[in-house]
Design a protein around this ligand. Sequence first.
Ligand SMILES: C[S@@+](CC[C@H](N)C(=O)[O-])C[C@H]1O[C@@H](n2cnc3c(N)ncnc32)[C@H](O)[C@@H]1O
Length: 208
Amino acid sequence: MSLWSGLRVRWQAFKTRRKMNRQFGRREDPFSYGRFPYEKARLEAMQAALGGRHWGRVLEAGCAEGHFTERLVRLADRVTALDISSVALARARRRVPSAEFQEADLLSWSPPPGALYDAVVLGDVLYYLDRPGVAAEFDALFARVASWLKPGGRLLLAHGFGGGAELAHRRRFRERFEAAGLALVREAPVEGAELGGVRCLLSVLEAR
Ligand SMILES: C[S@@+](CC[C@H](N)C(=O)[O-])C[C@H]1O[C@@H](n2cnc3c(N)ncnc32)[C@H](O)[C@@H]1O
């Protein structure tokens, strides 16, 4: 990464961290996981998409306060979860003491040398990183994430959409992972989960 692109990535991370820390600082559970049936149904569908199998090492990026991490630790031996917000992470650490949490910007984060994951989870996080000033780094992220999976490892994408244009945008995330070498296993909006016209597209991809 050049000095200039490094500065742009750090500036974008600074702005996102400040925004997210403000959002989480206003109150606990700012996304209302505890209140909206939509969120419960979405998390259950994400869990079901990984269910039926016990996972070794799993990475969750953009874990927020750990609502999905809490479910993930029941499915895996070892869960690493990262988020850019220290405020969210403090709550996530209390909620899920058995997971390993890291404060990090997904755009510049890399796993420890040699580490590969059986599954990676990206839930409602990619659109935070899709910013004009860091387009090249965002483009590069798809191949980077794909390279973090073991052969046969799975990537779970779960992103909300409010209409046809947003659905196409969320599908484009999946297409970019396919272009990076992952194979689509299945993809569908979560049935019966809607909040103010917003639904969630779940995609499962596999590393060859
Ligand atoms: C809407 S929440 C999604 C939480 C959870 N993944 C889910 O599916 O319910 C988005 C989270 O992504 C985090 N986030 C945003 N940009 C990030 C970045 N560049 N690196 C890591 N985490 C980021 C935010 O702090 C926030 O906690």
